[in-house]
Design a protein around this ligand. Structure first.
Ligand code: C5P
Ligand code: MG
Length: 172
């Protein structure tokens, strides 16, 4: 970094990406959030394992590198991805970004669901995502919010996740 402060070339090394996802709830007994199975009075509907958090993070990585979106790389019409564990999507997105010279600086994400409470799962979720992404746990923030009983999420009909990811290219 230039001691006089960041110049344009320094700033062009950084790219932010945003991801969002939603999955409907359906009868079931567990959800998978950030790769961690969590007992719940429902499950999430989806072609893959419906891991709404990993899908949002995957889209944030793809977005930061301007590589399209998750559906472009893993179409839900392709039987190959049926019931797929979503860490496969995230790892692939990271490899695509790495091929363009980008590494991940940090991840910040929010899962919006009315219940169950997820705060006791924060550590295992952070640890699993860190291991999938090859990052220290300190670079992976995961937050939880209710929707204050409003809208489809608040009524328990769906679960949402949002994520931002910062990428950096070049040397240290
Ligand atoms: O949505 P609300 O602001 O009421 O959430 C309060 C806190 O409850 C959050 O900061 C989060 O730590 C926790 N929470 C949770 N699981 C949820 C929703 C919220 O652990 N499903
Ligand atoms: Mg999804």
């Amino acid at each position: 970094m230039n001691p006089a402060g960041p110049n344009t070339a320094d700033m062009m090394r950084f790219r932010v990406g945003f991801g969002w996802d939603v999955h409907r709830t359906e009868p079931g007994e567990a959800i998978i959030i950030g790769g961690v199975p969590i007992p719940a009075p429902f499950r999430l509907a989806g072609h893959s394992d419906a891991d709404v958090l990993l899908h949002a993070i995957t889209d944030a990585v793809l977005g930061a590198a301007n590589l399209g979106d998750i559906g472009m790389h893993f179409p839900d019409t392709d039987p190959k991805w049926r019931n797929s564990a979503s860490d496969v999507f995230l790892k692939h997105a990271i490899e695509l970004a790495a091929a363009r010279g980008y590494r991940i600086v940090n991840v910040d994400a929010t899962v919006v669901l009315e219940r169950p409470k997820l705060k006791d799962y924060r550590r295992p979720i952070q640890e699993n995502i860190s291991s999938v992404m090859g990052l220290d746990r300190g670079r992976v923030s995961v937050k939880f919010k209710t929707a204050e009983k409003t809208g489809p999420v608040g009524e328990g009909r769906s679960v949402e996740a949002q994520a931002v990811v910062l990428l950096v290219s070049g040397g240290q």
